[in-house]
Write a protein that binds this ligand. Structure first.
Ligand code: SF4
Length: 611
C-alpha cells in the first residue's frame, strides 16, 4: 500500500506489550483512516455494555492517509473511545506533532487497552514501544507534563497527555498537546486517566510511502500558495475564529447565561477586535499555514490560546465580559485538561441553579474569582459542587432535579457547543443528530442557515445538514484534515481527491468519498444503538427543551423559539433521507447498501431492525 502504512499498533498496558498488526487494504479503502478507523476498531473490539472507564475500553489514536505529508492543514489525528460522558461513541480531533510522528513511526493508528498498575508513560518509536513509570508526572498539569517530556525526548517529539481532570476521571476531560491544542470532548482524557496513562510520546523517522512523490510535492506547494492567495487569508490570520463572536452577537446566536439569550451585553469586550489588541503571537497545527491559534496574555500574565468556542462558553455563557479573565479560565482549563465547551456549559448551568436557589453554593454570574475556584474544584472533584459538575450537565440535572433537565443543555449527554438555537432549526438538527452528541463539528450549518433564512423547517435544510455531515464529519475526519481551509477561505473541495491520489495512488470521486462518509456515519449510529438497545428512540436526537419552551427575552429576535412539532417532522424527513426507521435506527437495506453486512447482522441480533 502507498499513503497508508498498513499497520496498527495494539498496546496492552497490563502486559506492557505492543504488537503491530497489518490490516487489509480493503479496510483502508472502505474507511480511509481517522474517524473511520476509530469507529471500525471500536465496533469490532468492544463488547457492548462495558464500563467506559474499565480496562476493557479501547483508546484509539488514528490518523489519515494524508497525515505527515506536506499538504495544507493535514496534521490532525482522531482520539476516540467509548465515552464515559455519553456511554456512546466518542471522539475528537487534535492538530499535533503526535499525528505526524505516529505516522512516521510506521503506524496509522494505535489502540490502547488494559490498565497500567501505576501511572505510566508510553514511548512509541519506529518498531518499538516502551513503558516508563510516570509517578513524578502524575498530578501535574498538561503544560508542565509536556515540558518535562520535551526535555527528555526533544521538542520535536509528539506528546499526547492528560492533566488533573483526566487523572480524576472528570467526564469531559480531554487530551492535550502543544499547550492548548486539545481534543476528545466526550471524556477521552478520562478514559486515558482510567488506564493510568499520563502520556504517550511518539517519535518517528520513516519516510512515508507516497504513490506519486513528485506529484505530491508539486501539489502541496501549489496548494499552500493557493491558501495564501485566498482573499480572507490576512483577516483569518489576524482573528482566526474569533470574529465569530461579533457575528453570533449580530445574529442573536451567541450563547448567553446558559443559553437563555442569544445576545450578550458585553460581547464587544470579548470579540475579535479586542483580542487583536491583546494578541502576542499565532500558533497552529503541524503542516498548516493558517495558524489560527490566537495567543494572548491573560489576567495572570500567562499565555492562553483563544478561539470562538472557548471565549463564547467561558465568556458570554457565564456572563463574564472581561477577555483577560476569560483567557485565564481558558488557560487553566487547558492545563487541567478540561474541555472548555463542556466546562462553560456546566458552569452556566451551576450559575443558573445557584440563582434559582437549587444548590446551596453561591456562584454568581460573571464573577471571575469564584469561577476560577470552581474550575479547580471540578478538576480535582473537590466538594459537593465540584464533584457534581465533574460528571457533566446531564448527570448534574438528574441529581438536583426541580425541572432543571429542561435547561440542562446537552444532546445524548454531551454538552451543546457555542451556538444558541432558539431561532435556527437546521443547527438544532445538526446538534440533535451529530455522531458524538451536541457538537458543531460535523455540520456547522448555522452560517448558511442565517444567510438563507432561518424560519423554515425544510427538506432543503435537512439535505444541507446531511451534506455537511458527509464532508466535515465524514471525509475530513477520516482524512484527518482540518475543515477551515474549505469553510473559512473557500479552498476548493476538488483538491482532496487529488491529494488522496498522490498519496495512495487510489482514485476516488466525491461520490465514492460521500459513500465512505455515510458508511462511517451509519457505523457510528449502529454503535450507539448497539449500546442502548431497546432504550434507543428518536428522543435521543432531540435538542434541549429550553430552545422549544422558553422564548428569547432579549435582542431583535425576542419572543422566538423552536417549534417542537415542526422539529419532529424535520427529524422524520432526516431519518427517511438517511434510510433509517422512525426510531432513527439504520434499516437493514441501508447497512447492506453501505457494505456493512456484518453490522446489520449483529445489530439485528440486538434490536429489531427494519429491512
Ligand atoms: S486552521 Fe487552525 S485548527 Fe486548522 S489546522 Fe490550521 S492551525 Fe489547526
Amino acid at each position: 500500500m502507498f499513503g497508508w502504512n498498513g499497520r496498527i499498533l495494539h498496546v496492552n498496558l497490563n502486559k506492557e506489550k505492543a504488537v503491530a498488526d497489518k490490516y487489509d487494504s480493503k479496510i483502508a479503502k472502505n474507511f480511509l483512516g481517522g474517524r473511520g478507523f476509530a469507529a471500525k476498531i471500536l465496533w469490532d473490539e468492544l463488547k457492548p455494555g462495558i464500563d467506559p472507564l474499565s480496562p476493557e475500553n479501547r483508546l484509539v489514536f488514528a490518523a489519515g492517509p494524508l497525515t505527515g505529508f506536506a499538504l495544507p492543514s493535514s496534521g490532525k489525528m482522531v482520539v476516540a473511545a467509548k465515552s464515559p460522558l455519553t456511554w456512546g461513541y466518542g471522539d475528537g480531533n487534535i492538530g499535533t506533532y503526535a499525528s505526524v510522528q505516529m505516522r512516521k513511526a510506521g503506524y496509522d493508528a494505535v489502540v490502547i487497552e488494559g490498565k497500567a498498575k501505576n501511572p505510566m508513560v508510553s514511548l512509541i518509536r519506529n518498531e518499538s514501544a516502551d513503558f516508563f513509570d510516570a509517578k513524578d508526572l502524575w498530578g501535574l498539569g498538561t503544560f508542565e507534563t509536556e515540558r518535562r517530556l520535551a526535555e527528555l525526548y526533544g521538542r520535536t517529539a509528539g506528546v499526547l497527555c492528560i492533566g488533573q481532570a483526566g487523572e480524576n476521571l472528570v467526564k469531559y476531560a480531554l487530551i492535550v498537546s502543544q499547550e492548548g491544542r486539545a481534543g476528545g470532548r466526550p471524556g477521552i482524557g478520562a478514559v486515558m486517566g482510567s488506564k493510568n496513562l499520563k502520556a504517550v510520546v511518539f517519535i518517528g523517522s520513516n519516510e512515508l510511502p507516497a504513490a506519486h512523490p513528485k506529484e505530491m510535492k508539486d501539489l502541496g506547494e501549489e496548494a499552500y500558495r493557493e491558501v495564501l492567495a485566498k482573499p480572507n487569508y490576512v483577516f483569518w490570520k489576524r482573528q482566526g475564529t474569533m470574529s465569530t463572536i461579533e457575528w453570533s452577537q449580530e445574529n442573536s446566536v451567541l450563547p448567553t447565561r446558559n443559553y437563555r439569550e442569544g445576545v450578550f451585553e458585553k460581547a464587544s469586550s470579548i470579540g475579535g477586535f479586542v483580542m487583536e489588541k491583546m494578541k502576542v503571537s499565532n500558533k497552529g497545527c503541524p503542516q498548516c499555514n493558517m495558524t489560527c491559534g490566537n495567543i494572548v496574555k491573560d489576567s495572570d500574565r500567562k499565555e492562553s490560546e483563544l478561539d470562538y468556542e472557548n471565549v463564547a462558553m467561558l465568556g458570554a455563557n457565564i456572563g463574564l465580559g472581561n477577555l483577560k479573565s476569560v483567557a485565564a479560565l481558558n488557560r487553566i482549563a487547558d492545563e487541567y485538561g478540561l474541555d472548555t465547551i463542556s466546562l462553560g456549559n456546566v458552569l452556566g448551568f451551576a450559575m443558573e441553579a445557584s440563582e434559582k436557589g437549587l444548590i446551596k453554593e453561591s456562584i454568581p454570574w460573571g464573577k471571575f474569582k469564584a469561577t476560577k475556584t470552581l474550575v479547580s474544584d471540578i478538576a480535582y472533584r473537590k466538594g459537593y459542587l465540584g464533584n457534581l459538575l465533574a460528571d457533566g450537565v446531564y448527570s448534574a440535572s438528574q441529581e438536583i432535579g426541580n425541572g432543571s433537565d429542561r435547561w440542562a443543555m446537552h444532546v445524548k449527554g454531551l454538552e451543546t457547543s457555542a451556538y444558541d438555537c432558539h431561532t435556527t432549526p437546521a443547527m438544532a438538527l445538526a446538534f440533535g443528530t451529530c455522531s458524538i452528541g451536541a457538537h458543531h463539528k460535523d455540520a456547522w450549518v448555522i452560517s448558511w442557515e442565517v444567510k438563507t433564512g432561518r424560519e423554515g423547517y425544510t427538506a432543503e435544510k435537512v439535505d444541507k445538514v446531511i451534506e455537511l455531515q458527509r464532508i466535515r464529519g465524514g471525509i475530513f475526519e477520516c482524512l484527518t484534515v482540518c475543515r477551515f481551509p474549505w469553510v473559512e477561505l473557500g479552498f476548493e473541495l476538488e483538491w482532496y481527491p487529488k491529494f488522496l491520489y498522490a498519496a495512495t495512488g487510489v482514485e476516488m470521486s466525491w461520490e465514492t468519498l460521500n459513500m465512505i462518509g455515510d458508511r462511517v456515519f451509519n457505523l457510528i449510529r449502529s454503535f450507539w444503538v448497539r449500546e442502548f438497545g431497546g432504550k434507543w428512540s428518536a428522543e435521543m436526537d432531540v435538542p434541549p427543551a429550553r430552545w422549544f419552551e422558553e422564548p428569547l427575552t432579549k435582542g431583535p429576535l425576542k419572543g422566538k423559539r423552536l417549534d417542537r412539532f415542526k422539529y419532529d417532522n424535520m427529524l422524520k424527513t432526516y431519518y427517511q433521507k438517511r434510510g433509517w426507521d422512525e426510531r432513527g435506527i439504520p434499516t437493514g437495506s441501508t447497512l447492506l447498501k453501505l457494505g456493512l453486512e456484518d453490522v446489520a447482522r449483529e445489530l439485528g441480533g440486538r434490536v429489531k431492525i427494519s429491512l
